[in-house]
Write a protein that binds this ligand. Structure first.
Ligand SMILES: [Zn+2]
Length: 226
């Protein structure tokens, strides 16, 4: 599916959360980023969202994996395995939301493997679309742009000596050597805790997504130039 269409679907769901914010957050409405939780999206879509101590294994041989998430569209249930870390669980939950929001027909009863690095992109197209939806939902364009500008001022940030040195003095040579298209620059920006002497929470942590998910967002939104 077209990436702009996926981004649009994620935005529609965010707007729906915003519309229902008073009901969804009876104890007080959190700041925008705090609303973008898979549990909240599930509530808006009429789905139950549960954490499970283990969803079992799937596949066989070298392809055997511990199930990270499960979607049951008939029972309107999303289950996320709590055997993985916080970022993985959150991304898996948002991935299942993606299957619902993008109306994937073959995903009535669906099991997912854990996503460690969405930059690899070797999964089937609907899985990749659900991953992209998850990244768009958890890290919306407007908020990412604001957070990026607050940290790096320059938009786009370019892969040039001065910038790279400011980003990570210790590994700046390796990064320059890696060069354009290596993904290393995007990942370094996504994970950076400092720029021009300022300290801050890394972008990927601020949005509660993995370094690779944030690196893809940064590239897609044209915030860096290699
Ligand atoms: Zn899936």
């Amino acid at each position: 599916m077209d990436r702009q269409k996926i981004e649009h679907e994620a935005r529609l769901l965010q707007q729906e959360i915003w519309r229902h914010r008073a009901t969804l957050f009876p104890m007080g409405v959190p700041p925008p980023k705090g609303m973008l939780e898979p549990e909240v999206a599930a509530a808006v879509l009429g789905y139950q969202y549960v954490y499970s101590d283990g969803l079992g294994n799937w596949g066989q041989g070298r392809d055997l994996f511990e199930i990270a998430g499960m979607l049951d569209q008939q029972r309107q249930l999303i289950a996320v395995s709590n055997k993985y870390d916080y970022l993985s669980m959150r991304f898996t939950g948002a991935h299942e939301i993606g299957h619902i929001a993008l109306a994937h027909p073959g995903r009535i009863m669906h099991r997912d493997r854990p996503v460690f690095d969405i930059s690899r992109g070797s999964r089937d197209p609907e899985e990749q679309d659900a991953d992209y939806f998850a990244a768009c939902f958890l890290a919306p364009e407007k908020l990412v742009r604001e957070a990026f500008k607050a940290r790096f001022v320059l938009m786009p940030l370019r892969l040039i000596d001065g910038v790279v040195f400011n980003l990570c003095k210790a590994s700046s040579h390796a990064l320059m050597r890696a060069g354009p298209g290596s993904f290393a620059f995007a990942a370094a920006v996504a994970a950076s805790r400092t720029f021009n002497g300022d300290q801050f929470k890394p972008l990927h942590e601020a949005f509660g997504v993995s370094v690779s998910a944030m690196a893809i967002r940064i590239k897609e939104l044209g915030l860096i130039q290699e």
